[in-house]
Write a protein that binds this ligand. Structure first.
Ligand code: NAD
Length: 497
């Protein structure tokens, strides 16, 4: 299937769209004239070509963001920023079908899931809108001689460079643009080269909502050619990054030149602990989808499954049956539960783990291969896979796979489960299944992870901070404290005697 054979209803996010970058309120090509292709990972159909920005384009975008920050945008009152964010949220609501379809076409996530992300995205915009008028400094008594009034002010940090991955383009864009607008910052957003289309659609909605020119800029390009110059740009005050831990480390190094602020949402190797008293009716499908959702291409994938020995064999058997019954296919089909991987590179990466696991002694329960039948041949499909008899030192138990692969391991005591669950460089998320309230609290306290879910998984709410411990990054998204990462605190002293 090529883009030309997509039914008209599916072409809405594609037809008549500007296929340029958005800088200073204008649509523009890369100065070099170079372009990137965006293809649908289920069929490899060409969806669009977009500009491949280089350093000179990043310079233009940062300069537009700086002018906007120092221009009329700086005079927007909190209430005006709030109204703008609410208007953007309403436009997202109106265009949600198109936005979710754009994500499904561009990065393969099943349409039922991209549609269901609605509240996670629009709710977040409305949460930030509410916060825009709630930001404040404090009056603080001092112990200085004489009469001096002292207080703090909260001021926007300035130009924010936002670099995002491909696995949730809409949510990742909004979680960065939202707090920037709420606090009065301006943004240069660099989407992933693998999924640039929805961020460009979002740029259109920003313009339609009346976001002033230069406040939100979207620059498409590769990590090396566009991401790196943004991360090291002296005109950028803060980088907010979501992506792999290796790239996060590069970003920190690149940020050193002007000591810009950095917040990082990075990779994970999240544990899920199933206690012997767990409700298996709930635990089996939830633990399965903790990994298989979005074909395992989720930072919080609960890919290390620790199961109490007493129920281990039954659990693994039920998990295997559940995995084998999942409907795999093109994400545009509403029946599809598991879509493709994003790219050939990702397919090869995941296939490498599928080969190394049995070679290191893991037992294949189900899945374990690329799908090559006619319906899947043009895309990057891998069957949902469960390995048992995995040990803590095996490659699949240590490295982030970013594919639909579960490593199941038995444990004997809760103490042992906690120690093994925490034995990873990462600390993004963790899951627990138990009916015992004491164990629930004990495990929630002791797991080294930014989010712990008990008897559920994937729960994310705009008001609750989300982020990592250890090599999963620092800084938080969501919650009131998130906004402080976009603000400077100034102490003011006024002598009044
Ligand atoms: P990636 O690190 O390869 O790329 C992420 C972004 O960084 C892309 O826009 C890319 O172009 C850019 N980039 C690459 N090299 C760069 C450089 N040297 N300087 C600046 N920018 C550069 O990650 P990916 O493959 O797109 O996404 C998968 C990774 O993202 C996984 O590790 C996953 O766990 C992580 N992730 C984390 C979260 C979270 O919230 N913690 C959410 C989603 C994804």
């Amino acid at each position: 299937m090529t883009a030309h054979t997509l039914p008209a209803g599916l072409r809405r996010p594609l037809d008549g769209r500007p296929r340029q970058m958005f800088i200073g309120g204008a649509w523009t090509d890369a100065l070099s004239g170079e372009t990137l292709e965006s293809r649908n990972p289920a069929t490899r159909a060409l969806l669009a070509t977009v500009p491949a920005a280089g350093k000179a384009d990043i310079d233009r975008a940062v300069s537009a963001a700086r002018s906007a920050f120092e221009g009329p945008w700086s005079r927007f009152k909190p209430y005006e920023r709030q109204v703008l964010l609410l208007k953007i949220a309403d436009l997202f609501e109106t265009h949600w079908d198109e936005i979710s379809l754009s994500d499904t076409l561009d990065m393969g996530m099943p349409i039922t899931r991209t549609r269901a992300n609605r509240n996670r995205v629009i709710g977040m915009l409305r949460f930030y809108a509410g916060m825009a008028t709630a930001l404040h400094g404090e009056t603080i008594d001092n112990s200085l001689p004489g009469e001096i009034v002292s207080f703090t002010r909260k001021e926007p940090v300035g130009v924010v460079g936002a670099i995002i991955p491909w696995n949730a383009p809409t949510a990742a864009s909004v979680w960065k643009i939202g707090p920037a607008l709420a606090t009065g910052c301006t943004v240069v957003l660099k989407p992933s080269e693998e999924a640039p289309l929805t961020p460009l659609l979002i740029a259109e909605l920003m313009a339609e909502a009346g976001v002033p020119d230069g406040v939100v800029n979207v620059v498409t390009g590769t990590g090396q050619a566009a991401g790196a110059p943004l991360a090291e740009h002296p005109g950028v005050d803060k980088i907010v990054f979501t992506g792999s831990t290796a790239t996060g480390q590069n970003i920190v190094r690149a940020s050193a030149g002007n000591l810009k602020r950095v917040s990082l949402e990075l990779g994970g190797k999240s544990p899920v602990i199933v206690c012997a008293d767990a409700d298996l009716e709930r635990a089996v499908p939830t633990a399965a989808m903790a990994v298989f959702a979005n074909s395992g291409q989720i930072c919080i994938a609960g890919s290390r499954l620790f199961v109490a020995r007493a129920i281990h064999d039954e659990f693994v058997e039920r998990l295997g049956r559940f995995a084998a019954g999942l409907r795999i296919g093109n994400g545009i089909d509403p029946q599809t539960e598991i879509g493709p991987l994003i790219s050939r590179r990702q397919l090869e990466r995941v296939s490498g783990y599928l080969e190394v696991a049995p070679a290191e002694g893991a037992r294949l329960v189900t899945g374990g291969s690329r799908l090559e039948e006619a319906a899947f041949a043009d895309g990057y499909f891998v069957s949902p896979t469960v390995f048992a008899d995995v040990t803590d030192g095996m490659t699949i138990a240590r490295e982030e796979i970013f594919g639909p692969v579960i490593s199941a391991m038995p444990f004997d005591t809760i103490e042992e489960a906690v120690t093994r669950a925490n034995d990873t460089p990462y600390g993004l998320a963790a899951g627990v299944f138990t009916r015992d309230l004491s164990n629930a609290h004990r495990l929630a306290n002791r797991l080294h992870a930014g989010s712990v879910w008990v008897n559920t998984y994937h729960a994310i709410d705009p008001a609750i901070p989300f982020g990592g411990y250890k090599a999963s990054g620092y800084g938080r998204e969501g919650g009131a404290e998130h906004l402080h990462e976009y603000l400077n605190t100034k102490g003011v002293f006024i002598r009044i005697d």
